[in-house]
Ligand binder design. Structure first.
Ligand code: F6R
Length: 615
């Protein structure tokens, strides 16, 4: 939530910062601002709206500012204080000494504010951030202009989560970065220093990045970066090479990032399989060396995540169960796990799934699990992210940068890696049969071709999305392996088309929700040709009898499915457990085309941000 970009070097900072902000706009997009070191001091520009609007505002700044060689910028997802120009970042201390941007929430901002106000400091915004800004100015003065000492004191006062990027009026050659709880990455390309919330903003300059750790600060100058702990002691730091291609973060010929990312899924799957299998065998051990005997020892596997990543864990749970796991397996949303009295310890393996690796609830859950002695594995898309650095083992999903706010290809990266991990764990335990191993690896290998066949049916799905876009709401129903998909299908429609959509296990409809059905509430039923086909079709019949229009997803060749539905989307056949790998594509495309028909902002849906770094 919120994107930050900073630059200090010799080139025009405004252009670099604005480009960096537009690459991170998915992190928050209700307002934006920039501060530049102009010849007469630090000048700011702020707007309510998108970065494109900020670009226009910067063009109106004095011409000397256009060539300013350092500055900081911010794109906001409001937490404290309404969406107004005043509340937009950067914020400036009342004496004009400190200008800063912030991502996170300063939890004790009210206390700081009232203390400072009682000392006569005048606040001008409603934000939590301003408390940090005004306090730093006071501390800087008290420390006689020693920035490091003032920042050490500031970090000792502040509670909550904060990535701060700071300019100080009388220190023209520096930008300061402070990190606790919210991500911040820095880089030096030989001529200039950069910092950002998200590494994708820096890939056009260098692929060697320095991710700030919890409790770390950095001083950026055109000559390089110095790193410090919150205690003010300088520390060494190694860079991490991120081999993402910067064009991966471009839209190419697609109208939206989301549509491009849907298309990339067969490649994500292929890459994951090629990396982690040998012929018909799982080969996760190349990248995952668990302590000897761990899998024999554990009794319990806990999957923990939020949102779409959570639904990916439900797919994995189902696969483990279908393979005859003898473990006690649970999947739980991180925001609940962290506050429940969960079991843990040496007999427990917890698997945390987070695309960004920065989701506040997932991180908090992982810290709790670790503190109980639970062995923790993370699956994330971002090397160097907080979760990557904090758990015992990380498996990197191979989706590449995902820019659309709605997760698509990262879901595919997660379910493919989770499936292989699940198989590998059961194999270690001696539970996976050779037959199941060969069957599922063979199935996974043939999926990209089937996924491409599914993508080719986009025209049909678009027509159906247009037809059903005036529904007053949707029910997604299915059984067993389809249940996680009903949730993902409903979530995609909610987040990008803003349509009421519910997910229900098909057998549950008659226990209440069926009362809602009428001719304006569409039921999307997932009915692959498995042992549960007839049972699910009976539930479909019950919905049809209440006049609900039925859109059915059925297996290729299941012609009789047509008699149960108004419309059918046929899905290529695969192993039963792998149905979600193909069927998620028509659900993503259905949501995409519904949102497009309704004129919604697909890549940046209202009220959302890609990386949820607050609780
Ligand atoms: C939905 C979506 C969110 C995320 C959730 C977790 O399309 O993107 O539901 O899945 O916020 O985010 P990560 O995976 O970064 O922890």
């Amino acid at each position: 939530m919120c994107g930050i970009m900073g630059y200090v070097g010799e080139n025009a900072a405004s252009k670099i910062i604005l480009e960096g902000l537009s690459k991170q706009e998915y992190r928050g997009y209700d307002s934006a601002g920039i501060a530049l070191r102009c010849p007469d001091g630090i000048e700011s520009a702020k707007i309510v709206g998108r970065v494109s609007e900020l670009v226009r505002r910067v063009e109106e700044m004095p011409s000397e500012c256009a060539s300013a060689a350092s500055g900081i910028g911010h794109t906001r997802w409001a937490t404290h204080g309404g969406v107004t120009e005043t509340n937009a970042h950067p914020h400036e201390s009342v004496d004009g000494m400190v200008v800063l941007v912030h991502n996170g929430i300063i939890e004790n901002s009210r206390d700081i504010r009232s203390t400072l106000e009682s000392q006569g400091v005048k606040f001008s915004t409603e934000t939590d951030t301003e408390a940090a800004c005004q306090l730093l100015a006071v501390l800087y003065k008290k420390c006689d202009g020693d920035a490091l000492a003032a920042l050490s004191k500031l970090t000792a006062y502040l509670t909550g989560a904060f990535a701060l990027v700071i300019m100080i009026r009388d220190r023209p050659d520096e930008i300061w970065c402070v990190r606790k709880g919210s991500p911040l990455v820095t880089a030096f390309d030989g001529d200039a220093c950069y910092c950002a919330s998200d590494p994708t903003a820096l890939l056009g300059y260098t692929h060697d990045l320095f991710f700030l750790e919890e409790g770390e600060m950095a001083a950026l100058a055109s000559s390089g970066i110095k790193f410090y702990g919150f205690d003010g002691k300088e520390r060494g730091k190694s860079s991490i090479h991120l081999n993402w291609d910067s064009v991966m973060a471009d839209k190419g010929h697609f109208e939206h990032f989301m549509r491009k990312e849907i298309d990339e899924q067969p490649d994500v799957l292929r890459l994951t399989i090629d990396t982690h299998t040998i012929v018909t065998n799982v080969a996760m051990d190349k990248s995952l060396t668990l302590p000897k005997g761990l899998m024999k020892r554990v009794r319990r596997v806990q999957f923990v995540a939020c949102g779409t990543s959570f639904y990916a864990t439900l797919v994995a749970k189902d696969i483990m169960e279908s393979l005859g796991s003898d473990l006690d397996i649970s999947a739980e949303v991180a925001s609940e796990y962290r506050y429940r009295n969960v079991n843990g310890g040496e007999d427990t393996l917890a698997i945390f799934v987070s695309q960004s690796g920065e989701t506040a609830d997932t991180l908090a859950a992982a810290r709790i699990a670790k503190s109980m002695g639970t062995h923790c594995i993370a699956i994330t898309n971002v090397r160097g992210s907080t979760i990557d650095r904090e758990v015992d083992h990380t498996l990197l999903s191979m989706a590449g940068p995902e820019i659309g706010v709605a997760a698509t290809k990262t879901f595919m990266g997660q379910i493919s890696l989770l499936t292989l991990l699940a198989m590998s764990l059961l194999k270690d335990r001696g539970v996976l049969s050779a037959n199941d191993e060969a069957r599922l690896i063979g199935g996974l290998r043939s999926l990209p071709v089937s996924q491409n066949a599914m993508l080719e049916r986009e025209g049909e799905i678009r027509a159906l999305a247009e037809k059903y876009s005036d529904s007053k709401g949707f029910f997604f129903i299915g059984r067993r392996e389809c249940v996680p998909l009903t949730m993902e299908g409903a979530l995609k429609l909610k987040e990008i088309a803003y349509l009421p959509s519910e997910a229900y296990a098909a057998g549950e409809m008659k226990h209440g929700p069926i009362a809602m059905l009428d001719e304006r509430l569409t039921v999307v039923a997932l009915v692959p040709d498995t042992d549960l086909r007839e049972k699910t079709l009976s539930n479909v019949e019950e919905c049809r009898a209440r006049n609900a229009p039925i859109l059915l997803l059925a297996s290729d060749g299941d012609e009789s499915a047509r008699t149960y539905a108004d419309d059918v989307i046929f899905v290529p056949r695969t192993e039963p457990e792998l149905f979600p790998f193909i069927a998620v594509i028509p659900l993503q495309l259905f949501a995409y085309h519904t949102a497009r028909t309704l004129g919604c902002d697909i890549d940046m849906p209202r009220n959302l941000a890609k990386s949820v770094t607050v609780e």
